[in-house]
Design a protein around this ligand. Structure first.
Ligand code: GLN
Length: 202
């Protein structure tokens, strides 16, 4: 199990990093391990060494972004990505993956040519579930949205994987994947499998 950009430990298991500055980590770890890959917590730039892909989880994007600046991980993750590393941003991670926001300035990693609207479904609607049609999936995926963002506009090269009410809620561009919802909270591993197989190439 070694991807194009992958590295393997002595047992041959691929390693996937989970940015662990703030936000959901354990749920992603559990699913990754159930799919046979090793999960590594990423807290500093050196932790990016030897991983085949990185998940930037949900949480609070302004807080995560600030901590990424302070730890050097904003530049570190950008370099990892531009050297071919796969990155998947969920919810706050999708905000951080965007190249621009309609809201106040905040640090963004900028992995995808897209304009993001934070809390795009309204602050009042704190959370909801929706059946999503996703490109390449035979059955709808139940998206769990928690103060979720959406992409208002995407540039060339961004493949839209799912929309909800006309709003982009999942997209892919080369080695970047974003989901506005929380696949780690759904009882469904298809997005994790998609990330590992299609984006990381494991
Ligand atoms: N609204 C949060 C933000 O903009 C994201 C919420 C989440 O990750 N569940 O950072």
């Amino acid at each position: 199990m070694i991807g194009e950009n992958g590295h393997a430990d002595e047992n041959g298991a691929a390693k996937i990093g989970i940015l662990a500055l703030q936000g959901d980590v354990e749920e992603h770890r559990r699913i990754l391990e159930s799919l046979g890959v090793e999960a590594v917590e990423v807290r500093k730039v050196g932790d990016l060494n030897g991983i085949s892909g990185l998940i930037v989880p949900g949480g609070e994007s302004t807080v995560i972004g600030k901590m990424m600046v302070e730890s050097g991980l904003l530049d570190g993750v950008r370099s990892f990505f531009y050297q071919g590393g796969a990155v998947w941003g969920t919810c706050a991670g999708m905000v951080l993956a965007a190249s621009a926001t309609t809201g106040e300035r905040q640090p963004l990693i900028g992995l995808m040519n897209a304009l993001v609207v934070r809390n795009g479904f309204g602050r009042q609607i704190h959370s909801f579930e929706a059946d999503l049609d996703v490109t390449g999936f035979d059955e709808p995926f139940v998206g769990i949205f928690i103060r979720a963002p959406f992409f208002e506009d995407v540039g060339p090269g961004v493949e839209i994987l799912s929309k909800l009410g006309g709003k982009v809620v999942a997209a892919r561009a080369d080695n970047a994947l974003v989901t506005a919802f929380h696949p780690e909270l759904a009882d469904d591993v298809r997005f994790h499998r998609y990330f590992l197989e299609e984006v990381c190439g494991i």
